[in-house]
Design a protein around this ligand. Sequence first.
Ligand code: SAM
Length: 233
Amino acid sequence: MERTPEPELMDGEEQARAYAQADFREPHDRFVALLQESLPDLPEAGTALDLGCGPADVTLRFARAFPLWSVEGLDASEPMLRLGRAGVEAAGLSARVSLHQAHLPEADAPRSAYDLVFSNSLLHHLRDPSALWRCVRRWAPPGAAVFLMDLLRPENRAEAQRLVDLHCSGEPEILRRDFFLSLLAAYRPDEVRAQLEAAGLGYLSLRVASDRHLVVWGTRRRDTLPRVRAGGR
Ligand SMILES: C[S@@+](CC[C@H](N)C(=O)[O-])C[C@H]1O[C@@H](n2cnc3c(N)ncnc32)[C@H](O)[C@@H]1O
């Protein structure tokens, strides 16, 4: 099945509220567990950047699992950030977690470099997927860790509908529709592999992690720039 892009930002109030109220315990706890398993050598304390943090559910789960880390989340959607900031406040984690309005890839982050750059479910939203990999290169310097999880495009629409019924039963229609459209907009592992190669990040690992998720992880390497000979020839 060909990919069908979906709108990049989730900036509708109702859409943001439905997303923030959804029960993402299972995939978001798994995100943190897979991150811990994939990056066993993370230092005890550090700085992390969450790209496309939305209402900060993953951001907060990460912060609870890594109590000596600080996390900054970026998202372009104000409704998502409003809900996220309320969640950070309610969790009593404002000293370590902050959220910032930023349209990627052009916006700035509070710091120029982080010990870990992570992201959940942003890639399939982007009009140009290279935007995400440019952000990784920009904010994860050599030696920094990288971990991303995203949806995996199913073989056909019937399979996408089956996954919606299996994992999103009992959720509001707006959320079921979003999930269906997100599955249609997601990338296949070979497409993500090609994106990584094109971005000079082909050494990062990639694997299918569930019936609907893939993960990418690793440590950022120093760039190997093409040599320019003396005299420019
Ligand atoms: C599916 S949500 C994922 C939110 C969060 N990471 C999570 O796992 O719950 C995708 C988020 O990416 C944001 N987004 C999409 N394109 C963006 C862009 N170009 N710059 C910044 N945020 C973007 C959307 O506004 C939305 O909040």
